[in-house]
Ligand binder design. Sequence first.
Ligand SMILES: C[S@@+](CC[C@H](N)C(=O)[O-])C[C@H]1O[C@@H](n2cnc3c(N)ncnc32)[C@H](O)[C@@H]1O
Length: 311
Amino acid sequence: MGARATKHFLSDRSASSGGAGAGGSGNDSSETVAKFTYAEGRRFHGTEDVPYFLPNDDEEADRLHAQHFMLRAVVGGNYITPLNNPRRVIDVGTGPGTWIMDMAVEFPECDVLGVDITPMSESTVMPKNCRFGIMDVSKGLAFEDNAFDMVHDRFMSPAIKADYWAAHVVEMARVCKPGGVLELWETDAMLRNPGPNATVINDWFRRISSLGGIHMEKIWDLPEMLRAAGLVVESEERYEVPMGESMGPLGKIGWHDVSTVIRGVQPKLVAAFKLTEEEINERIVALKPEVNERRCYWQMKVFVARKPLAA
Ligand SMILES: C[S@@+](CC[C@H](N)C(=O)[O-])C[C@H]1O[C@@H](n2cnc3c(N)ncnc32)[C@H](O)[C@@H]1O
């Protein structure tokens, strides 16, 4: 699967007509070889210039699979913009590729591509019209201009540095066809309605992410960045993703999600802030009743922006 995807992406790249990351950026899978580090039994991305702080192992892939189905249920589908027989769709930072597989089944005539810096999807058996490639998207998107009917990006707030977000949006706009659409689902991963424990955990996430130049709240500036990239912002929908088991079946997945995220980041918190494993575990135990009582949630927004037909 990886080799097929790589070949496809490289042929795109050589056909590129320019733009950051296209032709000569060096951003292809032969150079973006996934390097890993391990801590407390978890696997992380191991390249120094990659600030992503969440793990990328099987446990994380399982979390992202479950999260996909929770978010799909919260929103009521894989996308909110009406899609008219799309031929080529890309998911930027696809993780284990659950969204691309879902889309490939829904649109069997569509070529659905996913790229990520980590080969979390490579071992997955995918529908025939679904492909995966390795790419560091913070070095640009190695595709030709106007290549895709839809560009999708979900929960990349912990992946893109604050000072690269505007350029990232310009890249996504560049590879989108005139008349095509960008749909971005984002959260800053802060627990809303926090009590004392959620406040501490929110602070841990803010601090650990900022060490690498990540400021997850940057995504709230997306409407301005999308307009600055020449797109027309069509909608900005707000959702609450429930994080407590008392909040129904989705809240149960939400609690699994948030508690697994905290455990996943634990090795980084221990290393950076001299916290102990016990302290973090106690905090997770104390958080559980708090999210239920206070009905904590993640705020998520879905931004839809269209590339004008003519500039
Ligand atoms: C929170 S996960 C979201 C995954 C997927 N979009 C989803 O919604 O399930 C963020 C993803 O970004 C990827 N990522 C982090 N830094 C990246 C980079 N520089 N280039 C490409 N992907 C990156 C991670 O490997 C991870 O799969």
